[in-house]
Design a protein around this ligand. Sequence first.
Ligand SMILES: [Zn+2]
Length: 373
Amino acid sequence: MKVVQSLVPESKWKIKCPYDMDPEFIVVHNTANDATAANEIAYMIRNDSKVSFHYAIDDHEVVQGVLLNRNAWHAGDGGSGKGNRKGIAVEICYSKSGGPKFEAAEKLAAEFIASILKERNWDISKVTKHQDYSKKYCPHRTLDLGWQRFLDMVSNELAALSGTPIMGKTEVTAEQMKAYLLMNNPNPKLNMDLLEWCKIWIEEAEVEGVNAGPAFCQMCHEIGFLKYGGQVLPEQNNYGGIGATNNSAVGKGAWFDTPRIGVRASIQHLKAYGSKDSLKNECVDPRFKLVKRGCALNFEDLSGKWAWPGYDKAKYKSLNAAKISEDTYGHRIIMNYKDIMSWNDELLMELKSKKISEMEAMLLKMLEILKSI
Ligand SMILES: [Zn+2]
């Protein structure tokens, strides 16, 4: 992410940032003003009061005023206060009036804070608020709108930096899904047209905001590319293996009336893991309420949650070890997903070149015929 630097000159360090600092967390503020980030920083540098902060963020940019190895005066907890001496101060602009400009600034702030967390290998507990240090009601508008809501925004951004979020835009096409499935199983057990069924996956995923591509790959994994043969019967329309465990009796898992409702249940079950947002459609997933909402924001996090244990216990000492090697249930889903996207392009190229060579052969034949006349 682009950060514009407009730093406090060394001549003013004594006032604005007198101490060395090794930051331990982030402190979020609202400016309670309607100025741009550049103007907030310029004003902070210009005046001689003991008020300073590391970053100001508006609806289109992040401006840095103090280096991260210097402290800033922002938390109101005094000269040796933890907030002032260990915190990275982030001011979110336009909070006085609020509205779309403030919302955009908050969004950019969430993205930026997530990038700091990622870079420093910090988790969401490192995101704190001014109020934690001096009881001041700041960040006022962010608090009005909901502090947990803002933390969730940061968590979502952090997830996007660390893997493939369950919630996301669908990039795969129904044709690609169909081709991928047929490549792995030429005789799928399905009670409707395969391409139409793939379209249902995309439609149902888009309604709930789930990324259909990896969702489809997960299903392929769960039911062996519609070969079945495990605990789930084709007639169940239960593509996510919902309610079917390794030892349960055949046909014991959930049954769904139509393929569309079966797809819907799979998508809803994924959304339970990948988001805290409510469902758009009526809930048809019988196990939706059993999931701790938002406990696996990325497909890579499903290991040990959706799938148990979600890694090869003979190969790895712990789930974490498998995660480091990117060799878990979730990582395999994403590998397959990336396969769909790349493999299909190659296949299309192959088909195209095949067609061209077929046409060449035909033309040559016609030439031969013309010559002989
Ligand atoms: Zn504040």
